[in-house]
Ligand binder design. Structure first.
Ligand code: MG
Length: 217
């Protein structure tokens, strides 16, 4: 597909809410056997300033560690067991025949890696890096509060690596973390299961099912 004078080379995809139905952060907490409600409360207190980042992070890590499941093997198996949207695989197979695909997600790196492997995608960036000890127990993570800006940083890293122009890339996403990419890239497709009016105002097209991308690209 052409974007003005330029052929589109790469389609950037968000993960949570775009390729999958859920918010992986809360599903991760549930899957470890901890309370996603407690997780949501910690996050709300971080957002409203009641908890500073180091305290909020420590509370969440402790919540996960107390389950006894916060290790690389358990988490990787869990991520592999999670389903993507029903039309994700066929849509990606169709798009991969003509475009490079790159995932840019606010989720944890191990999850994004598993999704990329499932879909046969070589390029991916995650905003959150999990830190393991020498036997694979989770001991820390690095998170960025401004998810949208972090994705934009990853985007510049990606286009520099492949010598691409911004106008040779398109973006597909559903939420606040995609807004900076939708502002920067001239072609954006909003996936609107959860209406996001700011994103939709910036989008070239809005779809409700991923398979609709086959008629766009
Ligand atoms: Mg999303």
């Amino acid at each position: 597909m052409k974007n003005g004078e330029n052929e589109i080379d790469t389609i950037i995809f968000d993960v949570d809410g775009t390729l999958s139905e859920e918010v992986s952060w809360l599903k991760l907490t549930d899957g470890l056997g901890a309370s996603s409600e407690t997780h949501a409360q910690i996050f709300a207190k971080f957002k409203n300033g009641e908890l500073k980042y180091p305290e909020a992070k420590q509370k969440l890590i402790s919540l996960w560690q107390e389950t006894g499941n916060a290790n690389k093997g358990y988490m990787e198996d869990m991520f592999r067991s999670w389903n993507l949207k029903g039309d994700a695989v066929e849509t990606m197979e169709y798009l991969k025949a003509s475009y490079r695909i790159c995932l840019m997600s606010g989720a944890v790196d191990l999850y994004v890696k598993v999704v990329a492997e499932k879909l046969g995608i070589d390029h991916w960036y995650a905003n959150t890096e999990l830190v393991w000890d020498e036997v694979g127990n989770l001991i820390d993570f690095h998170y960025f509060a401004d998810q949208s800006e972090k994705k934009l940083e990853h985007f510049y890293e990606y286009i520099a690596k492949f010598g691409l122009l911004t106008c040779q890339c398109a973006v597909v996403g559903d939420g606040d973390s995609d807004i900076a990419l939708f502002r920067e890239l001239p072609f954006g497709v909003a996936v609107n299961k959860q209406p996001n009016s700011e994103l939709e105002a910036l989008a070239t097209r809005t779809i409700s099912d991923l398979s609709e991308l086959q008629g766009i690209f």
